[in-house]
Design a protein around this ligand. Sequence first.
Ligand SMILES: [Ca+2]
Ligand SMILES: [Ca+2]
Ligand SMILES: [Ca+2]
Length: 193
Amino acid sequence: MKKQKISMLTVCCALVAFGAFRVFAAVTESSTNVPLAIPDNSSVNSTLNFSVNGTISDANLTVNISHAWDADIRLSLSSPTVAAQILWQNCGGSGDNLTNTVIDDEAAGLAVCATGAPFTGSFKPTNGQNNTGTTPIAAPGSMSAFNGAASGGVWTLNVADDSSIITGTLNSWSLTLDGAPPLPVELMKLEIS
Ligand SMILES: [Ca+2]
Ligand SMILES: [Ca+2]
Ligand SMILES: [Ca+2]
């Protein structure tokens, strides 16, 4: 009887550990709603249906954009329950593209916003500080605004172009979401009894 209890506990622990690993390690999912043209002096919405649901403890956004005048680009991200956060604006001057650009509150900020294209690496949300006077600067949002919210459902990335003549393409984007491992209810009951 004791042996049975111990082996039951082992199974429970293994299931809990497996469940935690399977569902709540950081999960990356990519938008299938790409590529999309970024219209001149306008914007486009791309969606990503995040299939794994949990409570977010950290959210990072990765984008790949072709654009021959980066200062035109403004990125805003909204989750199923969190309003749009402006994450990138007015950076890169006449430089080209955002290539594997990760927007991460835990990364360092850009020392200079006007240069640095194609911004490969991880950066805090930008505040467009070097473009003052040419374009309205909106209050920057944050990726941590998504912390505590549910991960599952349709997220929307709005890619805006704020100046005429040069256009671009949203090639791809993905979300990497992490969350605390909850214990499945049935396993908790077994452990208590
Ligand atoms: Ca601009
Ligand atoms: Ca982060
Ligand atoms: Ca443009």
